[in-house]
Design a protein. Structure first.
Length: 198
């Protein structure tokens, strides 16, 4: 199993890159976000990888972050989502956005990806709702996705009441959007509870 590659970016095209490691060129499929993050040809790169093995193929898929790789594994675990569709979703949504979409059961957001129709998007958000809570976002994504101040306290309050992390975060985010950034903890918790109960 190849966990990551560290080498020189030899070339890129629309959906893959060649990374040279000790004189060997590895062809790595990737999302457009990962390809954009690799930088210019000839520069040193470090990329997380997942090896896909079938009856008549072996394929290496690369990711700019461990978060993206973890989401790829979750997505390809959903019936009807192959590597190509998973990469299309990861091209359209970064891990923090995907986390929010699944937490809020926002199938329209997932359906923005090429090749993802409404039924498949609904299956993805439904099947991943409980599994996505296990993904720990990296520092950059966590800073973007984690609530702060009264919102963080409101999420904590809902967790203490037995809500799952994804449910608590989605309910508080919806409440904060409705009430505005200056909302009190009390108001946030009350509205979040009403939204979570729907």
């Amino acid at each position: 199993m190849i966990a990551y590659l560290k080498g020189i970016l030899a070339s890129t095209n629309a959906d893959s890159a060649v990374i040279e490691v000790s004189g060997v060129g590895y062809l790595v499929g990737a999302s457009s976000r990962t390809l954009a993050a690799l930088g210019p040809v000839g520069e040193a790169v470090h990329i997380h990888t997942e090896m896909l093995v079938g009856e008549d193929f072996q394929r290496l898929v690369g990711f700019a972050s461990a978060d993206e790789r973890d989401w790829f594994r979750l997505l390809t675990g959903v019936q009807g989502v192959g590597a190509r569709v998973a990469l299309a979703i990861l091209s359209a949504l970064e891990p923090a956005e995907l986390n929010r979409a699944v937490a809020a059961q926002d199938k329209a957001m997932v359906a923005r990806a090429n090749g993802v129709g409404p039924k498949l998007a609904e299956r993805i958000v439904r099947e991943l709702k409980d599994k996505a809570g296990g993904i720990v976002l990296g520092p950059a994504a966590a800073a973007q996705a984690m609530p702060v101040g009264a919102a963080a306290d409101a999420v904590s309050a809902l967790l203490n009441l037995g809500f799952r992390p994804a449910e608590a975060s989605a309910a508080v985010a919806a409440a904060e959007e409705e009430l505005g950034a200056g909302a009190t903890l009390d108001a946030l918790v009350r509205l979040a509870l009403r939204k979570a109960a729907k």
